[in-house]
Design a protein around this ligand. Structure first.
Ligand SMILES: [Zn+2]
Ligand SMILES: [Zn+2]
Length: 152
């Protein structure tokens, strides 16, 4: 089981994303870099419109939403960020390179989200789906509540 409780260093995280991109021949355009910075510097997950707002301010001109959605899809496809469906928000992945089949712990109070992976739960969910003859495309369980700090 892995958990993302370590404090994230925005600069280090971006360097990791850049090295994965370099290794896989993926191109980080200036716009993609800016979206990475916005996501990594935010303490809580961001919705697409919050990203568009910040980007428009940084660029000093309006940014077309489809541009940002395409960028977010690119990050999602490569596992650099994960999406919180219930909040329609995006957060940087703390441990690049893992399959996003885990559990999200979402704090109602401070807005933080942590990713947890549990192989046992993963297998159980897949077996449950298979028994129902269901082939899942996406699997992310979201638990909403209070994080350790907020519950204390
Ligand atoms: Zn992740
Ligand atoms: Zn909290």
């Amino acid at each position: 089981m892995k958990s993302g409780h370590a404090e994230r260093d925005p600069v280090r995280w971006q360097e990791q994303v850049e090295s994965v991109c370099a290794g896989q021949g993926l191109h980080l355009t200036p716009l993609r870099r800016r979206v990475l910075t916005i996501l990594s510097e935010s303490s809580a997950p961001l919705g697409a419109y919050a990203i568009i707002d910040q980007l428009s301010r940084l660029e000093g001109k309006p940014i077309a939403p489809p541009t940002v959605y395409r960028t977010l899809d690119f990050f999602l496809d490569h596992g650099f960020v994960y999406k919180i469906e219930s909040r329609n928000a995006y957060a940087p992945c703390e441990h690049l390179g893992h399959a996003h089949h885990g559990v999200l712990l979402l704090c109602d109070k401070c807005g933080r989200s942590d990713e947890i992976e549990d192989m046992g739960l993963d297998r159980l969910l897949q077996a449950t789906a298979a028994r129902a003859g269901f082939a899942p495309h996406r699997q992310m369980v979201e638990l909403v509540g209070l994080c350790r700090d907020c519950a204390a």
